[in-house]
Write a protein that binds this ligand. Structure first.
Ligand code: DX5
Ligand code: ZN
Length: 233
């Protein structure tokens, strides 16, 4: 069954604690933290300190999405700060195999992210090394962008690639995810759905989160009823 992974990128920093408390009471397990350097993407966000601070007070699995170049320079500081999963972009380094191996050598889960304009097939040589593939459904850099419809076709292509290679990394979709596309994504077999502004910019965040979660569960159950083999995935 797919899970919601809230992103704090578009959160009002003054309210971060109450937002995280809401996630905690809503039984959220993973938290997505977007790291931007103003080079790989045209925006700046957080440094390792925010990861360290959240780690010291909460038990979320910290899913850290590095949108930085070169990613190798930032892996150790973010691991030391408490990241549980570090995802790097396939476009951000010519040495992706070395970079993924380095993340794993720090006893950390490793993910690979892919931009909307990068062919899915490029993942072929690295996919069996990773715990997670993060499929971008917007061009990275900002919260609140519109979901790129092509991501659905790319998600199907990614699932086919995994099946053909006999691998099953978690598949996470990130960018513009909301009530309009969640059901479609669930139908395509996504595991983790990063949701930023659809939650953080909502007036009643808790009910919005519950509403999205119920929508996902209902759809997931329908699929399981239709295909009992998927149960317990
Ligand atoms: C975009 C980030 C996303 C962002 C998603 O570059 O990687 O994680 O926070 O935010 P929404 O859901 O608002 O598109
Ligand atoms: Zn992200």
């Amino acid at each position: 069954m797919a899970e919601i992974v809230p992103s704090i990128l578009s959160a009002d920093i003054i309210e971060l604690k109450s937002l995280l408390d809401e996630f905690k009471t809503s039984n959220i397990e993973w938290l997505h933290i977007d790291i931007m350097d103003g080079h790989f993407v045209p925006n700046l966000s957080f440094g390792p300190q925010i990861v360290e601070s959240i780690k010291s007070s909460y038990r979320f699995l910290l899913d850290v999405h590095l949108m930085v170049t070169p990613p190798e320079d930032f892996i150790e500081p973010f691991r030391k700060a408490g990241s549980d999963l570090i995802t790097v972009h396939i476009e951000a380094t010519p040495h992706i195999h070395r970079t993924i191996s380095y993340i794993k050598s720090l006893n950390c889960r490793a993910g690979i992210a892919i931009n909307p304009g990068t062919p899915i097939l490029l993942l072929k040589e690295i996919i069996e090394e990773v715990d997670l593939v993060l499929l971008m459904s917007v061009n990275p850099g900002f919260g609140g962008q519109v979901f790129i419809r092509n991501a659905i076709r790319r998600l199907n292509e990614l699932k086919e690639l995994c099946a053909s290679l006999g691998v099953s990394p978690l598949i996470e979709v990130d960018g513009g995810v909301n009530g309009e596309n969640i059901e479609n994504l669930i139908d395509c077999g996504v595991d983790m759905l990063v949701i930023g502004s659809a939650i953080t910019r909502s007036k009643d965040r808790k009910s919005r989160l519950l509403e999205l979660d119920n929508m996902m569960k209902r759809r997931g159950q329908k699929i399981e009823e239709y295909n009992p083999n998927l149960k317990g995935r």
